[in-house]
Design a protein around this ligand. Structure first.
Ligand SMILES: [Zn+2]
Length: 333
């Protein structure tokens, strides 16, 4: 018995001594570890047939949707946002898309460049992080002329894509690049004229601006699909490779939480609200019926997904919902 007790005492002492440093560490205040406060480089990649698609983040901008969205009762607006755990102040993604066809390196929309301050303008660094620095881009396609889509044509005061041709619908170029039209828009939209002038001047001076009209093929597998209303020449791009189709839809939707269930909802940035709502509903029907993969400039990054019907709504109003792509690490070979 005696010898057993001695062993136990020794064992307890040994365990106690082993624990002491750990106990001391727990009782002392922990060393501070700096929080990192930034996201990973903003790009996301997937294949479309033989084409490689890379979503690029330009940043986010927080906007008061209760002040900007129109043609929807305020209570319904609030409920739609509450359904997705949002208040009326919504942090909204600004996305752009790179298509590597194997022959061309195409950028669709350019983010806001210097025009949104620190809310945007990250496209340039995120292109580099994605392996496609701006000088490698050979074609820029614009869905329309607005600060958060064409502002990124300029970087550090120069044309940001020195080896690229820029394509835009002629109706948008004729409208926004002619200062005589400034009296044809609401007061809140007049800023687009000086912004457009500063964004396009370096492109025009470099002789790199080209325009198109209507439905046309710009490059193999790259087709235009005009959907006017948000701006006079607002255009979608239908991308097709090996039977797979992607619709890059620009500003068809500014708030997926509100405008998908209630597609008649317009936004104060719309140049022609009635035409914008009509185009949106046509595009949404096409998106569902063809089950297009969608790339959406203002749906939460990477803005890639599909549109489905919601359950039938009152008054024969069709409602829609967003199904984001499933995150994938495979399938890029
Ligand atoms: Zn726009």
């Amino acid at each position: 018995m005696k010898s057993v007790n001695k062993v136990n005492v020794a064992a307890v002492l040994m365990v106690g001594m082993a624990l002491m440093p750990a106990l001391a560490r727990i009782s002392a205040s922990p060393a501070p570890v700096a929080q990192q406060k930034h996201q990973a480089p903003g790009f996301y990649r997937m294949m479309l047939g033989k084409f490689e698609i890379t979503a690029i983040s330009d940043g986010t901008v927080t906007i008061p949707l209760d002040k900007l969205l129109l043609d929807i009762p305020p209570a319904v607006l609030k409920q739609r946002l509450a359904d997705e755990d949002m208040s009326t102040l919504v942090e909204t993604s600004i996305n752009a898309y790179v298509i590597n066809t194997g022959s061309n390196l195409i950028l669709v929309d350019t983010g806001s460049g210097p025009l949104f301050g620190k809310d945007g303008g990250r496209l340039f660094e995120n292109l580099r992080a994605a392996g496609y620095p701006a000088e490698k881009i050979d074609t820029v396609l614009l869905t329309h002329i607005h600060a958060d889509h064409s502002g990124g044509l300029v970087h550090n005061g120069k044309y940001a894509f020195p080896n690229a041709t820029v394509w835009v619908n002629r109706q948008d170029a004729d409208f926004w690049l002619n200062p005589e039209n400034i009296d044809r828009v609401r007061e809140s939209e007049k800023h687009t004229f000086p912004e457009s002038a500063s964004s396009f001047r370096p492109v025009i001076n470099a002789g790199r601006l080209k325009t198109f009209t209507g439905k046309t093929q710009l490059l193999p597998g790259i087709n235009t699909l005009p959907a006017p209303g948000h701006t006079p020449g607002h255009t979608l791009y239908l991308i097709e490779s090996a039977g797979q189709k992607l619709l890059i839809w620009g500003d068809t939707i500014h708030s997926s939480a509100v405008q998908l269930p209630d597609p008649d909802t317009t936004i104060s940035f719309d140049w022609n609200k009635t035409q914008a709502a009509k185009s949106r509903k046509t595009v949404l029907e096409q998106a569902v019926k063809n089950n297009y993969l969608i790339a959406a400039d203002h749906i939460a990054f990477p803005g890639l997904g599909h549109v489905k019907y919601r359950e039938a709504m009152a008054g024969n109003q069709r409602g829609y919902r967003w199904v984001p792509v499933n995150y994938s690490l495979s399938g890029l070979d």
